[in-house]
Ligand binder design. Sequence first.
Ligand SMILES: NC(=O)c1ccc[n+]([C@@H]2O[C@H](COP(=O)([O-])OP(=O)(O)OC[C@H]3O[C@@H](n4cnc5c(N)ncnc54)[C@H](OP(=O)(O)O)[C@@H]3O)[C@@H](O)[C@H]2O)c1
Length: 212
Amino acid sequence: MSKVFVNIGLSLDGYMAPEGMTMEHWDNPEYKNWGAKWGAMMGWIFNQQYFRENLKLGPGGETGPVNDMLRSTTERIGANIMGKRMFDGGERGWPEEAPFHTPVYVLTSEKREPWVRPGGTTFYFVNDGAESALEQARENAGGRDIRIAGGADVIQQYLNLGVIDALEIALAPVLFGGGRRLFENLNETASRFRIDKVIEGPDATHLRYVRE
Ligand SMILES: NC(=O)c1ccc[n+]([C@@H]2O[C@H](COP(=O)([O-])OP(=O)(O)OC[C@H]3O[C@@H](n4cnc5c(N)ncnc54)[C@H](OP(=O)(O)O)[C@@H]3O)[C@@H](O)[C@H]2O)c1
């Protein structure tokens, strides 16, 4: 059966996105310095050869254990689930060939027809809740794994449902001091995890936790 996992970047003080990284300020990454903070958190990924190849950013990039991890993580995904705010940013920022190559279930209150992108990505807009999105993802993942791509709101819902099998966090040594916090709004029965793997990189520590 498909595993359900989270794979994200996080600031050392626990934020998934810096303050100011909202749709109103999307075009101004200097607002509250959000662009620099985002770059400091996610810089590690832009240096990886596999990521550069996948986003058609040009040749080069690091090859090594972090790149291998990125490749194997990406290749085991059969479906993605995300929130509408993550989607809104991506709709403006992703290239035409969106970098998922799977069905993507977008949790939203907005009604919208599926949006088909070249390269195998189709976004489906789900209006009937997190459990329904997961059910649809399981049906269409072809037995591969399901990534809860973000943002924080959506990850919190799945943590509260107790369905996350693995939490993969690239912890970057940068302090945001504010923004979209990952670990909040959790209920008391949120799952317990054990440490599965740690990979040290120059720009982030890659932590993998699996549910006990
Ligand atoms: N650090 C990382 O690796 C990483 C990864 C992903 C995203 N991010 C960042 O995270 C930020 C977004 O996170 P976020 O927590 O603010 O928002 P989010 O989780 O992306 O989206 C939340 C929105 O999704 C819709 N939604 C969520 N659950 C729903 C449900 N059960 N039913 C219906 N609609 C539902 C609602 O929007 P509507 O009601 O308007 O439809 C809600 O406001 C962005 O800045 C993004 O760049 C960071």
